[in-house]
Write a protein that binds this ligand. Structure first.
Ligand SMILES: [Zn+2]
Ligand SMILES: [Zn+2]
Length: 681
């Protein structure tokens, strides 16, 4: 059983209904609409599988499940009503989810066969594969155990038994799992409504599940169990810790092999591993989990990114502000951040139980920036006002959720708040899109997409702000994206209650999608803080607020960037751009002089004067992924030159220092030039 978007399908007595209907004969037909829009009639009660067979033998072979009026179902379930249908295969994300979730059931069956008495939590599909949380008592699984479980799964899959859907009453469901002695399933069933509960059975294994599944275990061909982690039951640190077993499966061996290869590549690029090797950041249990400590090289990388964005923002009319790391509780009560988001924040400091007075570590920068806007009356002539700060914020993420730099408890948002008139929204969105794409290209992210989150027009009461404003803003965002040549998909009903937004996603070198920056329109905070400006008519007007952050968080962005470029940062960004490597100790002075000249030219240089062989020094610089190495020997000293070696490419030959500096400037300019060339220019 898992919490997925599929509606609960179980209605009791379907089989009986079908039998009764069978006597009715030809008159009982339903109209089926296919994905291409064509309509055909079929006998009422036809199953997804029968339908697939009638449509095409190939589809019948490949189909894993069927979507009926938006609900994903087992192929074996009869269709009783007129429906729009879509047969789902491995090519569809929903098809993969069904396949992977079915594999989780198969794994559970294998676990039960190998470890009788094992208890089960939940076993959902995830973006890549599936997991199942299980309680194995005191048993710790090893890599050999995983191999054994896999082997058992293969054996069970070869039996090719169907996944059967069995609607049960709540009473029956509780009785079954109480007798079996699985407290987790009992807890889950207690929260379900009678009449909505289904079991699924394959072979000797029965699970609580709303489904759907692939028709039979034989569909599961190539399985790999990937790793094991601890997971608290229901994500609650006070509940028992279960063993989470991750796995994946594919219909074809080739696909599994390719996946494992990509996984290996991803492991090599893991930012936590590279962060250590490149000496960028560390974590200390004494300081606290999720609180990164930036080492000199990592701090240099951060500073370089910040300077890059800050300068670009100044060119684009942003103004810097600086605000403290804490604020009064009252501020966050007005903004609504407290106590509404209390669970994801560090608890307040010196909170007075009588007055409710206290301070909060800031979870967001917006309220502080709002108070800067409200510091004095604003005229329409000042708008748009763009206040920018690399603002440190703190959130209390669950320990289990923390992961390297991508999920942390303290991070820096490359934040800015734009206060503008409603008629300036489109222009501001265009500016933000342009800035964001510039940043992405400068950092080598060439594949990006965007998502516009709109409100659900059939559910208007869910949203704050008047209709005309929303329509105007949504249209403005749409036009801004189109005019900037940004490919954007639209998601209806995904907008926050306080305004529509635009999210940026990048694809990294391994094809993984990451959500990074965001631009969010906000009608609520200006209202809550009673912000206004004096218009040309001398009247007070309400400004619109835009929250925007191209990187999102610096920590997360750097984590993604490290994996994207495998630690090979572009020259302008590399924390150490050049390593000067003297051949022997007597050349250290010349090496230092070369280093100093490069520093004066504005480059970040390290001179390796250790008494080590040149081979060792080169290897070290290669491991550190330093873009350029300059090797200096007696010959170079006499000629006043350097021998240039490029990371990953090898020797480029001798050069004078002046020519080399020109070469470096050229490379950096070309990179920046590339970033400015927009697709639609
Ligand atoms: Zn299931
Ligand atoms: Zn904000």
């Amino acid at each position: 059983m898992w919490e997925h978007p599929y509606a609960i399908g179980g209605r009791k007595g379907r089989a009986n209904q079908k039998k009764m209907m069978a006597g009715n004969g030809q008159t009982d037909v339903i109209r089926i609409t296919l994905p291409d829009g064509s309509e055909r009639t079929f006998p009422k009660g036809i199953t997804g599988r029968e339908l697939a067979e009638q449509l095409s033998p190939r589809l019948a072979r490949e189909a894993l499940a069927i979507e009926v009026n938006g609900e994903v179902r087992d192929l074996s379930r009869p269709i009783e009503e007129d429906a729009r249908v879509r047969l789902l295969t491995w090519k569809d994300p929903e098809g993969k989810a069904v396949y992977w979730h079915s594999t989780a059931h198969l794994m559970a069956e294998a676990l039960e066969a190998l470890y009788p008495g094992v208890k089960f939590g939940i076993g959902p599909p995830i973006e890549q594969g599936f997991y199942y949380d299980v309680d194995l008592g005191d048993r710790k699984l090893s890599a050999e155990d995983l191999a054994r479980i896999e082997e058992k799964m293969r054996e069970l899959a070869r039996r090719d038994v169907p996944y059967e859907r069995i609607p049960v009453s709540k009473e029956e469901a509780l009785a079954y799992f109480r007798k079996k002695g699985d407290p987790y399933k009992v807890e889950l069933i207690e929260e379900l409504e009678d009449g909505t509960i289904t079991f699924y059975r394959q072979g000797n294994f029965t699970d609580l599940c709303r489904g759907p599944h692939v028709p039979s275990t034989g569909y599961i061909k190539h399985v790999k169990l990937l790793n094991i982690a601890g997971a608290y039951w229901r994500g609650d640190e006070r509940r028992p810790q279960l063993t989470r077993i991750y796995g994946i499966s594919f219909p074809k061996k080739k696909e599994l092999d390719e996946y494992l290869h990509r996984l290996e590549e991803a492991r090599k690029r893991d930012h936590r591993k590279l962060g250590r090797e490149l000496e960028l950041f560390t974590f200390s249990q004494k300081v606290g989990p999720g609180l990164p400590l930036w080492l000199p090289r990592g701090a240099t990388l951060r500073e370089t990114l910040i300077t890059f964005l800050r300068e670009e923002q100044i060119r684009r009319g942003y103004q810097p502000v600086v605000t403290p790391h804490i604020g009064r509780l009252e501020l966050y009560r007005t903004s609504g951040h407290y106590p509404y988001y209390k669970d994801s924040q560090f608890p307040p400091m010196i909170e007075d139980p009588e007055t409710g007075e206290g301070y909060l570590l800031k979870p967001m920068n917006c309220p502080h920036h709002i108070m800067i806007y409200a510091d004095r009356p604003r005229s329409y002539r000042e708008l748009p006002l763009r206040l920018a700060e690399f603002g440190q914020v703190y959130r209390y993420e669950q320990t289990g959720e923390l992961s390297g730099l991508t999920r942390v408890r303290g991070f820096t948002i490359d934040d800015a708040h734009i206060f503008c008139r409603p008629d300036q929204v489109k222009e501001e969105f265009k500016n933000v899109i342009d800035l964001t794409l510039y940043v992405f290209r400068a950092l080598g992210f060439d594949e990006f997409e965007a998502q516009i989150s709109l409100r659900d027009p059939n559910n208007r009461e869910k949203y704050v702000g008047d209709d005309a404003l929303w329509e105007q803003a949504e249209q403005a965002i749409r036009e801004a994206a189109a005019e900037m040549g940004l490919q954007a998909t639209e998601e209806i009903g995904e907008a926050a209650f306080y305004g529509p937004k635009l999210d940026f996603m990048v694809r990294d070198a391994l094809g993984r999608r990451w959500q990074l920056g965001t631009v969010q329109l906000d009608y609520v905070l200006p209202e809550r803080f009673d912000l206004y400006y004096i218009g040309a008519d001398n009247q007070k007007h309400r400004p619109v607020m835009i929250h925007r952050a191209p990187f999102g968080s610096l920590e997360r962005f750097i984590g993604v960037l490290i994996e994207h470029c495998a630690g090979n940062f572009p020259l302008w960004l590399a924390p150490v751009q050049i390593a000067v490597l003297p051949l022997s100790d007597e050349l250290n002075d010349y090496a230092e002089a070369v280093g100093q000249r490069l520093r004066e030219a504005g480059f970040r240089v390290e001179v390796d004067t250790r008494t080590e062989t040149i081979g060792y020094k080169i290897r070290q610089a290669e491991v550190q992924k330093i873009p350029y190495m300059l090797i200096v020997g007696r010959r170079e000293r006499e000629a006043g030159t350097v021998a240039v070696r490029k990371h990953g490419e090898g020797d480029l030959g001798a050069s004078t220092l002046e020519d080399f500096i020109k070469h470096l400037h050229g490379e950096i300019e070309a990179a920046m030039q590339r970033a400015t060339v927009s697709e639609n220019a």
